[in-house]
Design a protein around this ligand. Structure first.
Ligand SMILES: [Zn+2]
Length: 181
């Protein structure tokens, strides 16, 4: 599938912001500033510009979002990059600046998923296994989650207050908060 058409046709109208300035938001170059917990790697990459998904930064981001336990990487769904870019947009709209997103989990190989099912009760059919999900440590203020869930026009967003992380995926639009107790 042509990733460019896919994004242009499906994503831009789908991931809607509730505020004006939506088309300007998607027209600007899309840059992600990310860090991996555990390995402490950091990248700041523009993966989209002038209507094009940029191949080299995209591949670098796919590697960056690999399964750090096995080293396996896949072609990530480009829409998950856009959902992370929306987090940066939200940060900017609430506090006037973007800050680095700390990725705690992204692509999961079968092996890693099997382990997480046993140790953390993860889903066996996790979207992490298809490169369509990421977990981010505290990217926004806890008090902003309800607002953020309204603000995000597509995909799944979960808030885990106990560990303080946000799950994002490119599945159907839905949101949840999940505490252990
Ligand atoms: Zn997750």
């Amino acid at each position: 599938m042509d990733r460019r058409c896919f994004l242009g046709a499906i994503l831009a109208p789908g991931v809607a912001l509730a505020s004006p300035g939506w088309s300007e938001f998607w027209a600007q170059p899309r840059t992600l500033w990310l860090r991996r917990s555990g390995t402490n790697e950091e990248v700041k990459l523009t993966y989209w510009k002038d209507g094009l998904l940029l191949r080299d930064p995209y591949i670098q981001l796919c590697r960056f979002l690999r399964d750090v336990h096995t080293g396996d990487a896949v072609y990530m769904d480009p829409r998950i990059l856009d959902l992370m870019f929306v987090v940066h947009g939200y940060q900017f709209s609430t506090v006037g600046a973007t800050s680095r997103l700390t990725i705690t989990n992204a692509y999961e190989s079968k092996l890693t998923n099997r382990r997480l099912v046993m140790t953390h009760g993860a889903s066996r059919t996790s979207r992490h296994m298809s490169g369509q999900a990421v977990d981010i440590a505290n990217p926004i203020r806890p008090q902003d989650y309800v607002e953020y869930m309204k603000y995000l026009g597509a995909g799944g967003v979960g808030y885990y207050p106990d560990s303080g992380h946000m799950h994002l995926d490119t599945g159907p639009k839905r949101s949840w908060t999940k505490s252990k107790f």
